[in-house]
Design a protein. Structure first.
Length: 281
């Protein structure tokens, strides 16, 4: 009896300690503290963007340069009446938002290999806040870029027909697009090396060309029609084109939303699981 009681007491003390630790972790990871950590990490990413002159110029000026090339240089050869700008703006927006979102792949890959994540693991922060910071900073950066592209497009003769409600729909649709593209890029950054992640933007830079974003599918070679008509960028671009012009989105909205939401949900889930596994030790 005399030896059992101390042993029992000693056996129960670690359990109590584990429970206390678990309670502390739960408190640190409450919604309020998680939101605080996400906000702090997002501010870090935005400051890093502002301090990178090359990255900032690329994010803001490259979309405008692509717009000028297609409208000013190629536009007259495709449509000599100046109407090509109305057709090509949605394709350029999707291409540029994808290209800009893909920079998250490189940022995540660098964080995972540079020791940054190891330092974050020593801090009592909400773990997924690192990924969410990349996503939210990318959303802010790319929506600013999209606004700049639209302003330049209007200066070049673009005439959108959307009303106030239509512009709200455009903003929400663009935000969903950036979220989906950025989570896919974060997933790529977790599975690719730094060098490979730096080239991930080539996916968003070239695949949209094989869609209805820049020329109608019917003008492409016959053997490309099937792929161009059914790849995800075609309904995504056609839906944005309809929203900007103020016309019906019937026939393209459902597959476009399905592609974007599916991309967002699958990429977010896989990236979150993979991030937890890579930072578990």
């Amino acid at each position: 009896m005399s030896t059992t009681a101390p042993e029992t007491a000693r056996a129960t003390r670690p359990t109590a300690g584990r429970r206390a630790t678990g309670t502390a972790r739960t408190a640190r990871h409450s919604p309020a503290t998680a939101l605080r950590d996400v906000s702090a990490m997002t501010g870090r990413e935005l400051r890093r963007t502002l301090r990178s002159v090359d990255g900032l110029v690329t994010a803001l000026m490259l979309p405008v340069l692509i717009m000028l090339v297609f409208v000013v240089v190629f536009g007259g050869a495709i449509e000599d009446d100046g109407s090509y700008v109305d057709y090509v703006v949605p394709g350029i927006l999707v291409l540029c938002l994808g290209f800009g979102s893909a920079t998250a792949a490189l940022s995540v890959a660098q964080d995972m290999t540079s020791g940054t994540i190891n330092r974050f693991k020593t801090l009592p922060i909400f773990g997924p806040s690192v990924l969410w910071a990349h996503v939210l900073a990318s959303t802010v950066r790319n929506l600013v870029s999209a606004t700049l592209v639209l302003l330049v497009a209007v200066a070049l003769g673009f005439s959108p027909g959307a009303d106030l409600g239509g512009w709200v729909g455009v903003a929400g649709y663009l935000a969903l697009m950036v979220l989906a593209f950025t989570w896919l890029s974060c997933l790529a950054g977790l599975v690719l090396s730094v060098d490979a992640a730096a080239s991930f933007n080539m996916f968003f830079l070239f695949v949209p060309y094989l869609s209805s974003g820049f020329v109608q599918v019917e003008t492409m070679p016959t053997w490309l029609h099937g792929f161009a008509a059914h790849q995800p960028f075609t309904p995504i671009i056609e839906t944005l084109r309809a929203l900007l012009s103020g016309t019906s989105t019937a026939g393209h909205l459902v597959p476009a939303i399905a592609w974007l939401v599916g991309m967002f949900v699958v990429s977010c889930a896989l990236a979150s699981v993979l991030y937890r596994r890579r930072t578990a030790h």
